[in-house]
Design a protein. Structure first.
Length: 96
């Protein structure tokens, strides 16, 4: 196996939960070919494909090459440590 993907779908959207390539075959473009085939297959069943993007620049660029667009989303969490909670609120949405 050179590349693999784990995709789930509901009635409207397919979700790319995992995509990977064997490190020995990273330059084979197997992940690109596999993802393109998955997108084509899923287009028979759903209206949207959610790449489940990444903040990692290389991964983000990989998905953008397929026409993916970044969508901001919110995360709600609770911390038992009040200082961590305060820091999280202060730095929420900041890029470092």
């Amino acid at each position: 196996i050179v590349a693999g993907a784990y995709i789930v779908r509901d009635n409207h959207t397919a979700y790319n939960l995992m995509l990977g390539t064997d490190p020995n075959h990273r330059h084979s473009r197997a992940a690109e070919i596999l993802l393109w085939d998955v997108i084509q297959e899923m287009s028979q069943y759903v209206d949207r494909f959610d790449f489940e993007g990444s903040m990692i620049e290389g991964v983000s660029q990989f998905f953008k090459a397929f026409g993916g667009k970044q969508q901001p989303y919110s995360v709600i969490s609770k911390s038992k440590n009040k200082w961590i909670g305060i820091a999280a609120r202060l730095f929420a949405g900041k890029n470092f």
